[in-house]
Design a protein around this ligand. Structure first.
Ligand SMILES: Cc1ncc(COP(=O)(O)O)c(C=O)c1O
Length: 496
């Protein structure tokens, strides 16, 4: 009997090709125009206006989109999207992805291999094993042993898994830390005497993890820092002694590599040595900055990371993959094995023997093949290309810092150690926020803000090597003129 293909069950591969080609063409135009600096970096229109201009209600009600409607929708979506490839984009820590990673997203979307168990994506599983082993090798840790051709040294297998973002990865690392100090916690709950030591500049996901673990955010004990929020290792002994005297135990010491707000690295070697001496779990949040491990000289910023028990490393920040693609890595792979104690039927049915099921190592049940994004990006640009990109944006940050410092009326927080830097225009904290809001409203530049050392700063994350000194000059001129206008509007009537 002849079967009819219905659009709901068996979509037309011919239409897929046609629509796919259109999407590739429109995306290529989007990237080219953005790189030229055409259009706005971001247009923050009203949500309701956007919903209506995209025709969302009609599309839901009618289905069966025509080619013309499809093109209108994609064009409308791109028109209102934030352009990371635009030289005026200097805001959040998210990569301008290589198209290799974007193609991986497309492949993953069509295959839908929810690869947490090996049978649901053997190629995806194998790639994840290879990517984790590659990242472990960059840290100086042993491979997982899941690839039989890359055996670890006896008793020293590393561990790791790819997961959906640095926040989830921090939680995963701290779950492993909890399993190490309180093995009964999975069944009985988290003991209330545990505390987390971190600097005040730890990413908010560390406090979230404390809350989710049932410790509460008050279990986060702040370690004294220098004027820029870098953890002071010499302060650790007193903090640990105080906590011990209060009858509390240290779940983990968390260090930044680097800090979200400032882009500054904590002294990992000193913190690591202290933790090893005291037998404390040492967690390094390298979501942003661990990527320097692939750079021949910038890797010095992570000296001592090999002393850590766990490390978070986002590829979607400085390794040019699309979001999300995070690794959470462990010096001792067995510690990750104890973080999630699920006796799921998938596992009990014998998959454990394959050594490449991820269910017991990750939060997710179904998981997209995150490793493919990283592998395809590496395959196109190589480690050397990724390192060159890091060098470009780190070098740019240094030059931009000098450019801003030379300009009258501006102040920088400190020389950057990464591609993140903070600066202020003359005036109080409120002026900085008003300047940022006005920049966003105009849409030619996108920057963020941060509170550091008790003051508000404008903050740049230089992700785009096309942002050059001329772009920064235009940004600073715009800020000067906005700052003058804002001060004038504030001045009482009649004053000069
Ligand atoms: C230091 C640090 N940790 C964790 C995160 C969270 O990562 P994600 O956005 O991938 O969840 C960030 C994000 O900016 C970060 O800078």
């Amino acid at each position: 009997m002849e079967q009819t293909l219905t659009p709901t069950t068996c979509w037309s591969t011919e239409a897929f090709r046609r629509h796919g080609e259109l999407v590739l063409r429109l995306l290529s135009d989007f990237v080219e125009t953005s790189r030229r600096g055409d259009g706005k970096v971001a247009r923050l229109e009203d949500v309701g206006a956007l919903i209506r201009s995209l025709g969302i209600e009609d599309l839901i009600a009618e289905g069966g989109v025509s080619d013309a409607q499809f093109e209108k929708l994609v064009r409308g979506f791109l028109d209102g999207a934030t352009r990371l490839q635009h030289p005026g984009y200097m805001a959040h820590q998210i990569a301008l992805p290589h198209y290799g990673a974007a193609l991986a997203d497309l492949i993953a979307g069509v295959l839908n291999n929810g690869m947490s168990v090996y049978e649901m994506g053997p190629t995806a599983g194998a790639i994840e094993v290879a990517m984790i082993d590659w990242m472990l090798s960059k840290v100086g840790w042993q491979p997982t042993g899941r690839d039989p051709d890359r055996p670890p040294a006896p008793g020293a297998a590393g561990g790791g898994v790819l997961t959906n973002g640095g926040s989830l990865a921090n939680l995963t690392a701290l779950l492993a830390a909890r399993a190490a100090i309180a093995p009964e916690a999975w069944e009985r709950g988290t003991p209330s005497d545990l505390v987390l030591l971190a600097s005040g500049s730890a990413h908010y996901s560390v406090a979230r993890a404390a809350a989710i673990l049932g410790l509460g955010t008050q279990a986060l004990v702040k370690v004294p820092c220098d004027a820029f929020g870098r953890l002071l290792p010499e302060a650790l002994p007193a903090v640990v002694e105080r906590v011990g005297a209060e009858g509390r135990r240290v779940l983990a010491v968390c260090a930044n590599a680097c800090a979200t707000a400032t882009g500054l690295y904590d002294p990992l070697a000193e913190v690591g040595a202290f933790c090893r001496e005291r037998g404390l779990w040492f967690h390094v949040d390298g979501a942003h900055g661990a990527s320097v491990l692939i750079h021949p000289t910038e890797s010095r910023r992570l000296a001592g990371v090999e002393l850590a028990d766990s490390l978070v490393w986002d590829a979607h920040k400085l390794l040019q993959t699309s979001a999300l693609c995070t690794a959470v890595l462990f010096r001792d792979g067995a510690t990750l094995g104890r973080a999630f104690r699920q006796d799921a039927v998938y596992v009990t049915e014998g998959h454990r023997e394959t050594g490449v099921d991820f269910i017991e190592q990750q939060f997710e049940c179904t998981k997209t093949p995150l490793g493919l994004k990283l592998l395809l990006t590496l395959a196109f640009v190589g480690e050397a290309g990724m390192a060159a990109n890091i060098e470009a944006v780190f070098g740019l940050a240094g030059r931009v810092h000098d450019q801003i410092s030379r300009r009258e009326g501006f102040e920088t927080l400190c020389p950057p150690e990464s591609n993140i830097l903070c600066f202020r225009y003359a005036g109080d904290d409120a002026i900085q926020s008003r300047i940022r809001q006005e920049l966003m409203r105009r849409g030619d530049f996108l920057v963020t803000q941060a509170d550091v050392a008790g003051r508000r700063w404008l903050r740049l994350t230089l992700m785009n090597p096309l942002t050059d000194e001329a772009t920064i000059d235009r940004l600073l001129e715009t800020i000067e003129s906005l700052g003058r206008d804002l001060e004038r509007d504030r001045a009482p009537a009649g004053s000069a």
